[in-house]
Ligand binder design. Structure first.
Ligand SMILES: O=C1O[C@H](COP(=O)(O)O)[C@@H](O)[C@H](O)[C@H]1O
Length: 228
């Protein structure tokens, strides 16, 4: 493993989530003490639920934290596949309105138009302070699936990009530069299939095949929390 990638393995998702929640809360406290405000990006899907539940129980001045998803499916916010719905349900400060939440959606039904508006909003902010990503068994990170043009340099710098994975809803995703540029980067995975694909990604140089590699080479270290 590269010295810039610190991997910790845990016997269960509960233990991985508890440690990650503590580490994220500690980092948010440091950022808040230094800068007064903090941005926190969190993943969608199913794996982060126990992490978000534990993080929400941490004593923090949540009113000074802006939470956003790393990616969103283009479905209504109350849809079972909506990442926003999952995050609101699992992260109490967002659900209760104590933390600010920036949805990765607009009223515009055209994903490309929404991505342009959201890119403008994100461009006005500095780097994300803490970004927790998840990963799929195909090595996709946020909604950057294998073969996404931004992984080969086309629109790589756009803060928010559109993804149209085969057979799935269109999505909006933070782009490679924003994910890689976060001040603290963490990756939460569970299961042997993801563990195996993470190792394939570490041994490959092919970022288009292994999108998770966008997190590897950036300045600072990547912390991996693996329940395996
Ligand atoms: O579609 C998505 O997949 C990944 C992984 O989800 P999981 O259910 O296997 O944990 C997730 O990180 C991403 O945010 C999500 O939209």
């Amino acid at each position: 493993m590269s010295a810039r990638i610190a991997v910790r393995r845990f016997p269960s998702i509960e233990e991985a989530s508890a440690q990650l929640a503590e580490d994220v809360a500690d980092e948010l406290r440091r950022v808040l003490a230094r800068a007064g405000e903090a941005t926190l990006a969190v993943p969608g899907g199913t794996t982060p639920v126990p992490f978000l539940e534990r993080l929400g129980a941490q004593g923090l001045p949540w009113e000074r934290v802006l939470v956003l998803p790393t990616d969103e499916r283009c479905v209504p916010p109350d849809h079972p596949r909506s990442n926003e719905r999952m995050i609101r349900a699992a992260l109490a400060p967002v659900r209760e309105g104590r933390a600010r939440f920036m949805p990765l959606r607009t009223e515009d039904p055209d994903p490309a138009a929404a991505a342009r508006v959201l890119s403008g909003a994100m461009a006005g902010r500095g780097p994300i302070d803490v970004c927790v990503s998840g990963m799929g068994e195909d090595a996709h990170v946020a909604s950057l699936f294998p073969g996404h043009p931004a992984l080969s340099g086309d629109g790589e710098g756009a803060p928010v990009v559109v993804a149209r994975p085969d057979g799935l809803d269109a999505r909006l995703s933070l782009g490679p530069s924003l994910l890689a540029g976060a001040r603290m980067r963490a990756l939460l995975i569970a299961g042997l299939a993801k563990w195996a694909v993470l190792h394939e990604a570490l041994e490959s140089e092919n970022r288009s095949r292994y999108p998770v590699r966008v997190l590897f080479g950036a300045p600072g270290s990547l912390k991996v929390y693996s329940a395996t």
